[in-house]
Design a protein. Structure first.
Length: 288
C-alpha cells in the first residue's frame, strides 16, 4: 500500500494537452502555442544532449506530464532499481503534474524488449503488479497513474476482467488510473467486449487522466483487427466514447497522442481543440 511518504499530485488543470515530440520542440519553444499542458516520454530525457535543456525552457511555460514506457510494472522479478532511480531524478528535475506508466511488462532477466507486452489477469500477476506499483510510489514519493493497454488477445487462464484488475490495483496500492479511451475501443472491438460497460466498471474517482489517439484497421485471412498505432486522427466512435467518459468521470485532463507519421503541430493543436469542445459539450449535456 502507498506509504505516507507517497502523495497524490496536485490536480491537473481542466484542460487538454498534446504529446511533445522531438520534431515539434523547436516550434513550441519559438511560438508558445495555446495548449493546456504537454506530455513527454520519460525515457527520452534520461540521457544528455539538448533535449533535457530545451525541456527546462518549455516547462517554465507549460505544465508537464511524464509518461513512462520502460518501468515494466508487470515484471515478476521486480523493478529495475537503476531505471527507477533515473525516473525519480527526472521527476525531481521537472516536477510534472502527472506521472504515468503502462499495465504491461517489457523486461526479463535484465533484457529490455522493444514492446509493451500483455499480462494474464490472475491473482499471481495482480500480486506482482501491486508489489511493483508500491515500490515505484514509495521511491517516487507520489501517486502513479496506471494506463490500460490496447489488447489483441486474451489469455485463456485469466480469471479477472481488466476493469476488475485495475480496480484491485487501485484498492491495494492507492494508485490512480490513466484511462486510455482509444485503447478501450480497440480492446473492445478486438475481443468482442462492450466498451461502454468497460468504462462504467472503472472506479471513477481514481481516473486522473484520459488519453485519445488514432488507430488503424488491418485485415488478414478474413479477420479484422484494430491496431493502436497513434498515427491518425481520433476516430468518430472514439470521440463518442470520450464524451461518455467525460460524463462518467467529469472534466478529467485529456491528452491527444500522435507518435507515428507525425503531422504538423497545427494538426495536433486542432485535435486538442476538438477534444476540449467535445468535453465542454459532454459536461453541458450532463448538467442539463
Amino acid at each position: 500500500m502507498m506509504t505516507a511518504a507517497a502523495k497524490a499530485p496536485r490536480r491537473a488543470p481542466i484542460s487538454v494537452g498534446t504529446g511533445l515530440r522531438g520534431p515539434h520542440m523547436d516550434e513550441v519553444v519559438l511560438t508558445r502555442p495555446a495548449i493546456g499542458w504537454l506530455e513527454v516520454h520519460a525515457e527520452n530525457y534520461m540521457g544528455g544532449g539538448p533535449g533535457p535543456r530545451r525541456l527546462e525552457a518549455i516547462r517554465r511555460d507549460y505544465p508537464l506530464s511524464m509518461h513512462g514506457v520502460g518501468l515494466s510494472l508487470g515484471t515478476a522479478e521486480g523493478l529495475d532499481r537503476e531505471h527507477l532511480r533515473r525516473l525519480e531524478a527526472l521527476i525531481n528535475r521537472y516536477a510534472p503534474m502527472l506521472v504515468s506508466e503502462h499495465l504491461s511488462w517489457s523486461v526479463s532477466g535484465g533484457v529490455y524488449l522493444n514492446d509493451l507486452l500483455p499480462l494474464p489477469y490472475t491473482e499471481e500477476s495482480l500480486l506482482a503488479v501491486a508489489r511493483n506499483i508500491d515500490a515505484a510510489q514509495d521511491a517516487l514519493g507520489r501517486q502513479l497513474l496506471v494506463e490500460n493497454p490496447a489488447r489483441y488477445l486474451s489469455f485463456r487462464h485469466s480469471t479477472i476482467t481488466e476493469p476488475d484488475f485495475l480496480l484491485e490495483l487501485v484498492s491495494r496500492t492507492g494508485c490512480g488510473l490513466l484511462c486510455d479511451v482509444n485503447n478501450i475501443f480497440v480492446t473492445a472491438s478486438n475481443l468482442g467486449l462492450d466498451a461502454v460497460a468497460y468504462l462504467e466498471a472503472l472506479p471513477g474517482a481514481a481516473v486522473g487522466e484520459l488519453h485519445l489517439a488514432g488507430h488503424s484497421r488491418i485485415s488478414r485471412d478474413g479477420a479484422s483487427l484494430l491496431i493502436d498505432d497513434h498515427a491518425t486522427r481520433v476516430a468518430s466512435p472514439v470521440w463518442d466514447l470520450y464524451r461518455h467518459a467525460i460524463r462518467r468521470f467529469g472534466p478529467v485532463p485529456t491528452l491527444v497522442e500522435w507518435d507515428k507519421e507525425l503531422p504538423p503541430l497545427t494538426v495536433l493543436l486542432g485535435e486538442a481543440r476538438a477534444a476540449a469542445q467535445a468535453a465542454e459539450r459532454a459536461i453541458d449535456a450532463a448538467a442539463a
